[in-house]
Design a protein around this ligand. Structure first.
Ligand code: HTL
Ligand code: MG
Length: 643
């Protein structure tokens, strides 16, 4: 790679001539493709931002200026140019680079991020600090059209337009979120794209762009009508109405154009939005043709790039269940905040388009739309990842739980999630949901039990969260809704009786408990499938009959199953020892979940180790315990990932 090989820091980019930048972009693109072929990752988004990345690093000094990437999933090129090329193929792997910008990883990463729509508020804060300290660095936020659908982004724009700090906002518009972007703003942005200016610019018509900058210097005085519309279309432009200068749209794959506009905007006071139009997956045919599949891909063969199938997953099981429910009851709706594919809802969206709502990256809106539907007698299911439900916490309390509304929360990706890492871990939901009155919480052990929980939730009404992990599950036999199993909400299930110590587990940790227990008749295993309400009757029996209890959860031990059981035992006046296994009070980076479970002490070896400490298990168990200790240092548990 002729040019890339000489780029060790972003300062090396600045040493190139402008004519060399398109070649650098091509080399960078190839390097991103190569890295993703080895490690997997957010390929299509990173490819779409390659020219922008080169242009930004040519103009700005990312160690001093603040480049604030929204979501941070489009920054593989940025990582390569900022001294991380040698590690780029470790991205999202245990011990490797994070999949998103992470300020503890590099000074060039202005913000630790992974959830969408935070860049504008954070940039505003940075710009305010700069101005208060009479500093002069630049602040540039890069936000995608999908991320712009989030309320946080829109509310931040409202404040930016009011305070008017000097900053550049690059709107990277590829008309895609993970799937097609949604919402009224999307329609507005696409009307801008078809305006003559962009079309001419795209054709490379020099006349279209030459001379349009000049008038900006005397903005509003004698600028040509058309130029004015291009640079600041005062009429009908919502960004303008919110107090920002708006420029665009321009071709986001044309480096000279990007440099031209960014350079000039940099000199202006106040906030300016530069609207660039890009193509998701740009320059890599398979990704351009199918940007949804290649949004986030597993590793692939460069010579024969085929996206690996994911098999049958919990998300698919939910999608199938939702379809069956909606077919049986026309009050059933499913709402997703921009996660149609991830939540297994592609088929549902086709078979029940009238009762499928994608609200964009707006989890708060998803929850409250559910409340509104429920208030009118509908039966909404809000399908949402554990990590993203954090964005709808107030709405769950304020809009749903206070009036005990019939909203089912289908909480996907509960537990450690793997490559997405610290920002996306689904390890807090039991803690934050358990505190909410009226809200009930369950975790099925398989697809059939998921149906039982969904059916019970549908029958009983009220707010109910059903959570399941990321990954594969065995497909249950197809059954119409009326033949689904019944299940008593709040009941636990004794999977294996034991005479001395019982392990309470749910979801993936249930298999670990069974593996650890083996055929030792002293060890019992209970599917503690409801964390709210707990099966207090069974718990009090166990407190009588057992000499110790263990809880095992793929969740923080602060406020999860173990906490719930400890509280209940205290209330019962029980005094038997309780050992709580799960994630300690630390943040957990990206890695291989089953390895991380073991390293954090709640895999089968960790359970055996605690059983041995309780006097159960022989030589073999004790050595298994030591093996788990040896595994520990290989996973770094970073307590201060978020500075
Ligand atoms: N909800 C929130 C709050 N944050 C995230 N990150 C998601 C959902 C999931 N998500 C992504 S990337 C993405 C979503 C919805 C699409 C972003 O679209 P945008 O960028 O137009 O901003 P593009 O991909 O380049 O088109 C991840 O979790 C990585
Ligand atoms: Mg987009």
């Amino acid at each position: 790679m002729a040019l890339l090989d000489d780029i060790h820091t972003p300062h090396d980019v600045k040493r190139l001539s402008r004519d060399q930048l398109p070649q650098l972009a091509e080399e960078l693109r190839a390097e991103v493709v190569r890295a993703c072929s080895m490690a997997g990752g957010h390929l299509a988004s990173s490819l779409g931002a390659i020219e922008l990345t080169v242009a930004l690093h040519y103009l700005y000094d990312s160690s001093r200026d603040r480049l604030v990437w929204d979501v941070g999933h489009q920054t593989y090129g940025h990582k390569i140019l900022t001294g991380r090329r040698d590690r780029i193929a470790t991205i999202r792997k245990e011990g490797g680079l994070a999949g998103f910008t992470t300020s503890s990883e590099s000074d060039h990463d202005a913000l630790t991020v992974g959830h969408a729509s935070t860049s504008l508020a954070a940039s505003l804060g940075m710009a305010l600090s700069r101005d208060a300290r009479a500093s002069d660095y630049d602040v540039v936020a890069v936000i995608g059209d999908g991320a712009l659908t989030g309320g946080m982004a829109l509310a931040a724009l409202n404040q930016i337009g009011h305070v008017k700090p000097r900053m550049t906002i690059v709107l990277n518009d590829n008309e895609m979120s993970i799937s097609e972007n949604v919402g009224a703003l999307k329609h507005y942005l696409s009307t801008l794209q078809v305006q003559g200016w962009f079309q001419q610019a795209e054709k490379g018509s020099k006349e279209a762009l030459s001379g349009v900058w000049e008038p900006l210097a005397e903005f509003g005085s004698r600028a040509k009508k058309a130029a004015r519309r291009f640079f600041d279309p005062a009429s009908n432009n919502p960004f303008h109405a919110m107090g920002l200068r708006y420029v665009g749209p321009i071709d986001g794959h044309n480096i000279p154009q990007l440099l031209y506009y960014l350079e000039h905007i940099r000199r202006l006071d106040g906030p300016t939005m530069l609207h660039i139009v890009t193509r998701k997956g740009k320059g890599y045919q398979v990704a351009e043709n199918d940007p949804i599949t290649w949004h986030g891909a597993s590793s692939f063969d460069l010579d024969n790039p085929v996206a690996e199938g994911k098999g049958y997953t919990w998300s698919n099981a939910f999608g199938d269940a939702a379809s069956a429910m909606a077919s049986a009851d026309d009050r059933v709706w499913v709402i997703t905040p921009a996660m149609r594919e991830g939540s297994g809802l592609v088929e549902y969206s086709q078979t029940h388009p009238q009762r499928f709502i994608d609200v964009g990256i707006a989890e708060d809106v998803a929850v409250t739309v559910g409340a509104g539907l429920a208030l009118r007698g509908e039966k909404p299911i809000v399908a949402i990842y554990s990590t993203f439900l954090q964005r709808g916490f107030d709405q769950v309390i304020h809009d749903v739980a206070l009036e005990n509304l019939d909203v089912i929360f289908a909480v996907d990706r509960a537990g450690l999630v793997g490559g997405d890492g610290a920002t996306h871990q689904g390890i807090y939901d039991m803690a934050y949901l358990r505190a909410i009155p009226n809200l009930a919480i369950g975790m099925p052990r398989d697809a059939q039990e998921m149906r039982g929980m969904l059916k019970a939730a549908w029958e009983l009404g009220g707010p109910r969260a059903i959570r399941w992990p990321r990954g594969a599950v065995a497909q249950a036999e197809a059954l119409p809704f009326d033949r689904w199993p019944s299940l008593t909400w709040g009941s636990w299930d004794v999977v294996k009786p034991g005479s001395e110590v019982t392990v309470l587990a749910s979801g993936p940790t249930l298999a670990y408990a069974l593996e650890a227990a083996g055929d030792d008749e002293r060890v019992g295993v209970v599917n503690a499938r409801f964390v709210k309400p707990l099966d207090v009757a069974m718990l009090s029996e166990l407190a009588e009959s057992q000499r110790a209890l263990l809880t095992v959860e793929d969740h923080t031990v602060v406020g999860g199953l173990g906490s719930a059981v400890a509280e209940a035992l205290t209330d019962l006046g029980a005094t038997l020892p309780l050992r709580r296994l799960g994630i300690p009070d630390v943040t957990v980076p990206h890695g291989n979940p089953s390895h991380q479970h073991e390293a954090l002490g709640y895999g089968p070896k960790g359970i055996r180790k605690v059983l041995a400490e309780l006097g159960i298990g022989g030589e073999e168990t004790a050595s298994a315990g030591r093996a788990s200790e040896r595994a520990e240092p290989t996973v770094t548990v970073v307590a201060d990932v978020v500075k």
